[in-house]
Design a binder for this molecule. Structure first.
Ligand code: OXD
Ligand code: MN
Length: 601
């Protein structure tokens, strides 16, 4: 099939990769409905995808990965910069020449007997000054159909690239034999290139997402003066119609999708407050002409964790999955081909297929302690399905950001919310983000790990240089910089119960944050930052649960715990980062010293 572009850089690279992988056929993805429909039918005919109940879930498909291929594989993910120091201590590194030499034989002839799909796509609205083009080559129809949901895919992306530009990210994916021993997710930032092999799981193979929009883009952003961050973007519309935009960075599976789509409590909705979703996972941020920081969501859909999603926890996400969605590794109700997962409701289907494909009696299987859906099972849903999608979703200029929020899962230490004194202090706060691990990545669950800016698995270069880039951005933005906050929805009491209701009630914290940005509410200046006065968090409707005493506990700054926190941060900076080649900016050591001095005052 003829190329869809005259761009010689694209064509030369595609030819080279065809010569390497030797597919039987090459199909250029134009993005037309006919082409996509034919691919869906082909995937269904081979069993790669199953058709869901078309009355209840029109346009929805189901896919099951191999049991060894269910999450991102951080231990097999590499940043291959020419100098080892440029990858830094948070990345696996290998010399690019060595890595190309190792992987080239694995790709040699890997697509024999298969079709190569050439996927042009844009991250960001077509024509946006913040958007960038990628081309992914893959032997997986599942990848094509997911990329159609997650990106602006098809010939229009080539129009945006133009006939001569070399500024596109080259992604080569082959599921090969889905062999975990030879699975590699490799980034060559200096070549704008990503090679992924032996996986068919979303986070490893939808190369526009983590690989491009975070790892490669963070490196591009450093060089070009913008930022790629693991952040949701939401707008809070106030009763007077003004919308304030906020971004928030939480580690994987800490509720970014839930916060991005929250439904405010009645005491807010009855006044006319609304929350609009711009993005749930990734933000690209750039200074606008007016000096403020603007954000776009480079994605076009949601690749959300299914378990725990229900009408109460996230009505809008659930609604987004009702049409044209791909479900991966959830359970199936065999009676009517509808999806099920833990936390959807309390009634696992009796006649069920669990995520590995075994037919089971759902209630019995669950009662025996088994999960029907994989804990990292996913929905890939078009953003346009979301009932609260922002009218600015496709705005090529992005939305102006008033506040940046960091957060993680911390049972103790961190109060419900506090504000940084200034941008550099906020950058320190971001560097100190840590969280209990979840099922979104392979490895142990429930262990506390440092996850600076929620970007540890996604910074495509030296983490110290990344922090320095944050500080430079703050200098550029000056007094137009967004205010920076830290939240913790996961504080627990001595009995181990969550103290804060979370979900929609997080609106109460957003309300305080917005008022701080507007300068309409006071705060208590503490050693760690500005903390709300207890009476300034609106508890209308939850007074029984959140008594003034409880609020005091939620907002408390426990000196002993913070002394421990500082000791741990020194250990982290020194042992995990500086001793391993992380170039920590002096500004951050100064922030740590000053925090310590304030606590000991
Ligand atoms: C994701 C992740 O899939 O962060 O978004 O793991
Ligand atoms: Mn994520």
């Amino acid at each position: 099939m003829a190329s869809l572009t005259k761009n010689p850089n694209v064509n030369a690279w595609v030819d080279e990769m065809i010569a390497l992988t030797k597919p039987d056929n090459v199909v250029w993805i134009d993005g037309s409905d006919e082409q996509l429909q034919a691919l869906r039918e082909e995937a269904v005919s081979t069993g790669e995808m199953l058709v869901m109940n078309q009355d209840e879930y029109p346009g929805c498909l189901y896919h099951r990965t191999l049991p060894n291929d269910v999450a991102r594989v951080e231990d097999r993910t590499f940043i291959c910069s020419r100098n080892k120091d440029d990858a830094g201590p948070t990345n696996n590194w290998c010399d690019p020449k060595e890595m190309y030499a190792k992987l080239t034989p694995m790709y040699d002839g890997v697509m024999k007997g298969r079709t190569m799909y050439v996927i042009p796509y844009s991250m960001g609205p077509i024509g946006s000054p913040l958007a960038k083009v990628g081309v992914e080559l893959t032997d997986s129809i599942y990848v094509v159909l997911n990329m159609d949901i997650m990106t602006r895919m098809g010939a229009k992306a080539f129009e945006n690239l133009g006939d001569t530009s070399d500024d596109f990210v080259r992604g080569l994916h082959s599921k090969a034999q889905v062999d975990p021993e030879n699975r590699y997710i490799v980034h060559f930032p200096e070549d704008n290139t990503i090679w992924s092999i032996n996986s068919a799981y979303g986070g490893n193979v939808l190369l526009g997402k983590k690989c491009f929009a975070l790892r490669i883009a963070s490196f591009q952003g450093k060089n070009e003066g913008w930022m790629a961050e693991h952040m949701l973007i939401l707008g809070v519309e106030k009763p007077d119609g003004e919308v304030k935009y906020i971004t928030a960075a939480f580690p994987s599976a800490c509720g970014k999708t839930n916060l991005a789509m929250l439904i405010p409590p009645v005491c807010y909705t009855e006044q006319g407050y609304k929350v609009w979703t711009v993005g749930d996972d990734i933000a690209w941020l750039k200074q606008g002409e007016d000096g403020r920081l603007y954000a776009i969501n480079p994605e076009n859909g949601f690749f959300g964790v299914a378990p725990g999603t229900n009408a109460k926890s996230n009505y809008n996400a659930l609604a987004s999955t009702k049409k044209n969605t791909i479900f991966t590794n959830v359970a199936l109700n065999n009676d009517n081909m509808t999806p099920w997962w833990e936390g959807l409701d309390k009634n696992p289907p009796v006649n069920a297929t669990e995520w590995k494909g075994e037919k089971v009696n759902g209630p019995e299987y669950a009662a025996a302690g088994n999960k029907l859906a994989h804990p990292n099972s996913r929905f890939t849903a078009p953003a346009e399905n979301c009932p609260c999608i922002s009218s600015e979703f496709n705005n090529p200029q992005g939305v102006p950001i008033s506040a940046i929020i960091f957060g993680g899962r911390r049972a103790k230490t961190t109060p419900l919310v506090y504000q940084a004194f200034d941008w550099n202090h906020g950058t320190y706060m971001g560097s100190a983000v840590s969280s209990e691990t979840t099922a979104a990545a392979t490895g142990a669950v429930g262990v506390l790990r440092h996850d600076p800016m929620a970007m540890k698995p996604f910074i495509g270069y030296n983490v110290g240089d990344y922090w320095a880039h944050w500080i430079e951005m703050g200098e550029k933005l000056g007094d137009k910089a967004p205010k920076i906050f830290n939240v913790n929805w996961f504080k627990k009491d001595d009995e181990g119960n969550f103290m804060w209701p979370g979900f929609g009630d997080n609106m109460r914290v957003l309300d305080w944050i917005i008022k701080r940005c507007e300068g309409t509410v006071d705060a208590v200046e503490t050693a760690i930052g500005y903390v709300p006065k207890a009476e300034d968090i609106n508890v209308t409707g939850i007074e029984d649960e959140i008594t003034p005493e409880r609020m005091q506990e939620l907002l408390a700054v426990d000196k002993d715990l913070w002394v421990e926190e500082i000791a741990e941060m020194r250990r982290y900076y020194n042992d995990d980062i500086a001793a391993k080649g992380g170039r920590i900016p002096d500004v951050l050591y100064k922030e740590l010293d000053e925090l310590e001095a304030r606590l000991n005052k």
